[in-house]
Design a protein around this ligand. Structure first.
Ligand SMILES: [Zn+2]
Ligand SMILES: [Zn+2]
Length: 251
């Protein structure tokens, strides 16, 4: 299984980190998780043929996780895509997809879409993989994390969340936890819908994950990356990866 970090940034972009996106390839089949601004570009930078994509999972409807969805549809259409694109996400994603033809009539019917509304405990399966959606805590927003199981390995992606019990339960013993780490500890009081390094270290320790990958990195966090890693290390002794965009992690 190969995990590619497509976008490790958040809503404030930097030249080397675009918004949220992740690709998990299982036996050559790509599963996409989140499609924030810039993720389509990352995909186009020689990673895969986008027409191979048949499954897109969206964690929640904040723009930095979904804005390239429409751009992907246009690119697939222009690439002669003739498959059915399975799109998985919260109810608001269904609303967006249903109204797409009204806002962009020229896209109407150009790409065959199958919508799957995600709810807590939702599972998508193929013969090679299982993806489970679980609720995370992101203010009042309907938001999900995803647990991917394939080839005897377990990967968990947090989407956006504060540290939550459901994450610890689902991620228990996972091979890879890709978790948001948005802001430094000093901004904890204002970052009430996100996770800070000290709390992430405790969560990863309690969940006993083998490797922790930091993502959804705001510039404020990156400016204090050394302190952030020290803060995580205060409790977590497993492997930590601060990925660059397009970095591939092989499991
Ligand atoms: Zn976000
Ligand atoms: Zn969000």
């Amino acid at each position: 299984m190969e995990v590619t970090i497509l976008g490790s940034g958040a809503s404030l972009l930097s030249p080397d980190r675009v918004s949220s996106g992740l690709m998990v390839e299982i036996a050559g089949e790509p599963l996409i998780f989140d499609l924030g601004a810039g993720v389509l570009h990352r995909l186009s930078c020689s990673l895969i043929e986008i027409t191979k994509i048949e499954h897109v999972f969206i964690s929640h409807l904040h723009i930095d996780h979904v804005s390239d969805m429409i751009a992907l549809l246009q690119s697939l259409w222009l690439s002669g895509y003739d498959k059915t694109l399975n799109v998985y996400g919260p109810s608001a994603l269904m609303k967006m997809a249903t109204n797409l033809g009204e806002i962009f009539p020229y896209l109407q019917g150009k790409v065959k879409l199958k919508h799957h509304q995600v709810e807590p405990g939702f599972q998508a399966k193929s013969k090679n993989w299982t993806v489970l959606a679980f609720p995370v805590t992101h203010g009042d927003f309907e938001a999900y994390g995803f647990h991917i199981e394939a080839e005897g390995k377990r990967v968990v992606y947090s989407g956006d969340t504060t540290p939550c019990k459901e994450m610890i339960r689902v991620a228990k013993g996972a091979d890879l936890l890709i978790h948001e780490c948005s802001f430094p500890d000093g901004m904890k009081e204002i970052a009430t819908t996100h996770t800070t390094p000290g709390d992430l270290g405790k969560l990863a320790t309690e969940a006993e994950v083998k490797t922790l990958v930091l993502t959804h990195l705001y510039p404020e966090l990156l400016e204090e990356l050394g302190e952030a890693l020290t803060s995580i290390r205060a409790s977590f002794s497993g492997k930590i990866i601060v990925p660059r965009d397009t970095q591939i992690i092989t499991l």
